[in-house]
Write a protein that binds this ligand. Structure first.
Ligand code: ZN
Ligand code: ZN
Length: 388
């Protein structure tokens, strides 16, 4: 049986226009082309054709789980932040944002700058624990304006997002009479606590928007699930630098390592003997897609291609390279386009270059993300015959 290495370039897929190929097609990618030439290619639709999905769900599917196993973004963020959730906990993904006094959201990401936010979050957590509902509040901030909020108590259930999504719009307070009442109180208190906070005054002196409100979304609780090593009979290590991706891997029972892009492949090489499955995540393809930066996305693909070069030397491994979804630079958002996929170490086809339109000619065809791990495991000699 071979080991499996799953490389995900977040938001890798893109769209051609009349005057421009996709960033992946335009990039010089000798490593990826080597793997494509000596492997098989195809594409995958993350959930189903034409349906854009978020990264947390997309990774749930790539790890061989179903849509029903996805616990919501908040839970994955909590796992990434190292919070051990109890079954009745309700977790939200948090943005520290900028609001005016009428709860109109001016900046959903507080200028994307994290100055003083962790300190304010710690103090705010303490203040929010003085609530009249008997609910324990855990609040952690990380990665600039991002964070996670966990409510621990009884009778909590998932509610719609308290996030207008569009700047200039008023915050949509919850209409739910139980959980919503508690969460509305938390949002109003966060504004009261943060609006005149001395550290926000410092931010304003630095020319930064104040981080004076919490936007809460992706509410969820943990679900029954079969751990990755039991489901797939592989011990897995996730190597990433962002909380969400470490969180989704850790939620399903993989070990995690948080290192920078340059350190990811050396770490994999170092720990090769310890695990059967490696998930390695590269984020910036998605970020440049969201920012509409075609050129930067192309250059980042070339950079990652260089980092992946040592993988060519590995024997007895199956290497999968793909994205979790498409983030076309022209859309500045996720799309439901199929994502290029290569599997090296199993069967062969005639595709010699890794790119959206080359992959269409590959033998894998177009599958769904939930099939990708089965294909890799079959290539690795790890699948059991069904109906034998
Ligand atoms: Zn993604
Ligand atoms: Zn994205």
């Amino acid at each position: 049986m071979k080991k499996i290495v799953l490389i995900v370039l977040d938001g890798l897929g893109d769209r051609r226009t009349l005057d421009r190929p996709t960033p992946l097609e335009a990039a010089k990618t000798p490593t990826l082309n080597f793997l494509a030439k000596n492997g098989s290619c195809g594409l995958h639709y993350p959930l189903s054709p034409g349906v854009p999905i978020g990264s947390g769900l997309a990774h749930t599917l790539l790890f061989g789980y179903s849509e029903d196993d996805y616990p919501g973004r908040g839970v994955l963020e909590a796992y990434g932040a190292g919070i051990d959730l109890q079954p009745t906990d309700l977790a939200f993904r948090v943005n520290f944002a900028t609001s005016d006094e009428n709860f109109r959201i001016i900046d959903r990401r507080a200028g994307r700058r994290g100055e003083f936010i962790p300190q304010m979050a710690e103090e705010l957590q303490e203040a929010l624990n003085n609530n009249p509902f008997g609910v324990r509040v855990i609040l952690k901030a990380y990665e600039n304006y991002r964070g996670v909020l966990v409510l621990r108590g009884s009778i909590l259930h998932p509610i719609p997002d308290l996030d207008p999504q569009i700047e200039g719009e008023p915050l949509p307070f919850s209409k739910d009479e139980m959980t919503g009442r508690i969460v509305n109180w938390i949002v109003v208190q966060s504004y009261e606590f943060l609006k005149n906070h001395p550290l926000n005054k410092k931010r304003e002196e630095m020319g930064l928007p104040p981080a004076n409100i919490l936007l809460l979304r992706g509410a969820g609780s943990i679900k029954q699930r079969i751990p990755f090593h039991e489901k797939h009979h592989m011990r897995g290590l996730a190597i990433a630098d962002r909380n969400l991706y470490l969180g989704v891997a850790s939620y399903f029972g993989m070990d995690t390592a948080k290192v920078s892009d340059e350190e990811k492949i050396p770490l994999l090489m170092e720990r090769l003997e310890e695990y059967d499955f490696f998930f390695v995540h590269f984020k910036l393809t998605d970020v440049y897609g969201h920012d509409g930066k075609w050129e930067e996305k192309k250059r980042y693909i070339e950079y990652v291609d260089g980092l992946l070069s040592p993988l060519k030397e590995l024997k007895d491994v199956v290497i999968v390279v793909t994205g979790d979804h498409s983030t076309p630079a022209i859309l500045k958002n996720h799309s439901g386009d199929a994502v290029p996929l290569l599997i090296y170490g199993g069967n062969l086809d005639d595709v010699k270059r890794f790119g959206e339109h080359e992959c269409v000619k590959g033998r894998i065809g177009i599958v769904r993300a939930a099939d990708v791990l089965n294909l890799a495991m079959d290539a690795a000699g790890r699948m059991k015959e069904v109906g034998k």
